[in-house]
Design a protein around this ligand. Structure first.
Ligand code: LMR
Length: 396
C-alpha cells in the first residue's frame, strides 16, 4: 500500500530539533527554533502562568468539549489585546475571533476559509518568510508567490521592491505580512512604510493577513500591535493570527487565535460561522488548558501586570544578547562589521552566513541555526555566548 510513498524532507526548523536532540556534542547550542530560553538556558515557566495554573488546580474541573470557536473569555481577551478593549471594532462587535491551535492553527483556519471564499486568489509571502508560510498556504490549495523583502547588500528591507510587488498584484491577492519582529530576518518596516503598504493594499484591493506571533518582543505590546490600528483606521477588512507560544512561554500548549475584522457585527457573525466550519472539519474544537491559562492572566489586571513585566524582561534580555553577540564576534576576531545584529528586532538574527557555513557550524561545533542563516538570539545566554561567537568566527 505504501510502496510509492516517498520520504519527505525534514522540516527546516522543527527538524533541527530532532538533529539537535541526537547530537552528543556537550557544547551544543540550539539556535534553530524560535524559542526563548533564560540566562540559564532553561525554558521559563512564567510566574503569571504558574499562579494561574495553581489557582485552577485548587478547583479541578471536568473537561467537556469547548465551543467550536473556543473559550469566550479567551476570545474576548484576544480581541482586546489585538484591537484594544475599548476600540471601535471591539465595541461594535465586528471582530470575529476564534481560539486556534497555536498561531499556525490560526493561519490554517484563515487559509481554509479564504480558499472557500476566493478559490482563485494567489498568496504573496515575503521573500524570505517563516518557512511554514509557503507550505501552509500551498497545502490549503493556493498558489504561493513572494514579494521582495530582504536586501542582503543593504542589510535591511528592499522596501521599494516590496511596494512595487504589492502595487502590481491583482485585486484579491492575499498578502501575508509580519506585523512585527519579521521572521526570519529581524528587519521590520517603519511606521511610515506601513502607511504606504496599507495605501497600496487599499488601492489594489488586496486581502491582508497579518501574522502576529511575536507581539511584545520588539518594542512593547502596544508598540508592536500598533500596525493593527493602522489597518483599522484605513477602513480595511483583514485577518490577524496571534500566537501566545513565545509571549507566554506556552509552546507545547498550542495557544493561538485568528481574528477577522469585518464591516459589521452581522458580517462578523457570518464569517465566524464559516470559521467554525473550518475548525470543525479539521480538529472539531480546541483544547482547554492553554486558552484557560491565557484568559486567566489577560483578564486579571494583577496577573496581566506580571505578564507584561515578564515579557518585558524577555525582550530586554534578548536585546542585551544582541549586543553581546556583536561584541563577542569582534573579540573572537571577526573582522566584518556585525553591528547590524543590534538593528534587527525580535527573536531572530538573519546572520548573513551561507548554508555551507551554517552546516559547518552545526556539524563541527554543534551550533544549530537554519540553513538560511537564521539564528535565534533568544537562546543565547551568558554561558553559551562565547562558544557561539568563537564557533561563528571559525566558519566565517
Ligand atoms: C520558528 O520560526 O522557529 C517558530 O515559529 C517555531 C516554528 O513553529 O517554526
Amino acid at each position: 500500500m505504501f510502496t510509492a510513498v516517498e520520504m519527505a524532507p525534514r522540516d527546516p526548523i522543527l527538524g533541527l530539533n530532532e538533529q539537535y536532540a541526537a547530537d552528543s556534542n556537550p557544547n551544543k547550542v540550539n539556535l534553530g527554533v524560535g524559542v526563548y530560553y533564560d540566562d540559564n538556558g532553561k525554558l521559563p515557566l512564567l510566574a503569571c502562568v504558574k499562579a494561574a495554573e495553581e489557582d485552577m488546580m485548587k478547583t479541578p474541573t471536568a473537561r467537556g468539549y469547548l465551543p467550536i470557536d473556543g473559550i469566550v473569555a479567551y476570545d474576548n481577551a484576544v480581541k482586546g489585546l489585538v484591537f484594544g478593549a475599548d476600540s471601535e471594532p471591539v465595541r461594535s462587535g465586528r471582530v470575529a475571533t476564534i481560539q486556534a491551535i497555536g498561531g499556525t492553527g490560526g493561519l490554517k483556519v484563515g487559509a481554509d476559509f479564504l480558499k472557500k471564499l476566493s478559490p482563485n486568489a494567489k498568496v504573496l509571502i515575503s521573500d524570505p518568510s517563516w518557512e511554514n508560510h509557503r507550505a501552509l498556504f500551498t497545502n490549503a490549495g493556493f498558489v504561493v508567490d513572494s514579494y521582495p523583502y530582504y536586501d542582503a547588500a543593504k542589510r535591511g528591507v528592499n522596501f521599494d521592491g516590496m511596494l512595487a510587488a504589492l502595487n502590481a498584484a491583482p485585486a484579491g491577492t492575499i498578502v501575508v505580512l509580519h506585523a512585527c519582529c519579521h521572521n526570519p530576518t529581524g528587519y521590520d518596516i517603519t511606521a511610515a512604510q506601513w502607511d504606504q503598504v496599507i495605501a497600496a493594499v487599499k488601492a489594489k484591493n488586496l486581502t491582508p493577513f497579518l501574522d502576529m506571533a511575536y507581539q511584545g518582543f520588539g518594542h512593547g505590546i502596544a508598540e508592536d500591535g500598533a500596525v493593527v490600528g493602522k489597518f483599522v483606521d484605513a477602513g480595511l477588512s483583514f485577518f490577524v493570527s496571534t500566537s501566545f507560544s513565545k509571549s507566554f512561554s506556552l509552546y507545547g500548549e498550542r495557544v493561538g487565535a485568528l481574528s477577522v475584522l469585518c464591516e459589521s457585527k452581522e458580517e462578523a457573525a457570518r464569517v465566524l460561522s464559516q470559521l467554525k466550519i473550518a475548525i470543525r472539519t479539521n480538529y472539531s474544537n480546541p483544547p482547554i488548558h492553554g486558552g484557560a491559562v491565557v484568559a486567566a492572566v489577560l483578564n486579571d489586571p494583577a496577573r496581566r501586570a506580571v505578564w507584561e513585566k515578564e515579557l518585558a524582561e524577555m525582550r530586554v534580555r534578548i536585546k542585551a544578547m544582541r549586543q553581546k553577540l556583536v561584541d563577542g564576534l569582534q573579540a573572537a576576531g571577526v573582522k566584518q562589521d556585525m553591528s547590524f545584529i543590534t538593528t534587527q528586532i525580535g527573536m531572530f538574527s538573519y546572520s548573513g552566513l551561507t548554508k555551507d557555513q551554517m552546516v559547518r557550524l552545526r556539524n563541527e561545533f554543534g551550533v544549530y541555526g537554519t540553513d538560511t542563516g537564521r539564528m535565534c538570539v533568544a537562546a543565547l545566554n551568558s554561558k553559551n555566548i562565547d562558544y557561539v561567537c568563537q564557533s561563528i568566527a571559525k566558519v566565517i
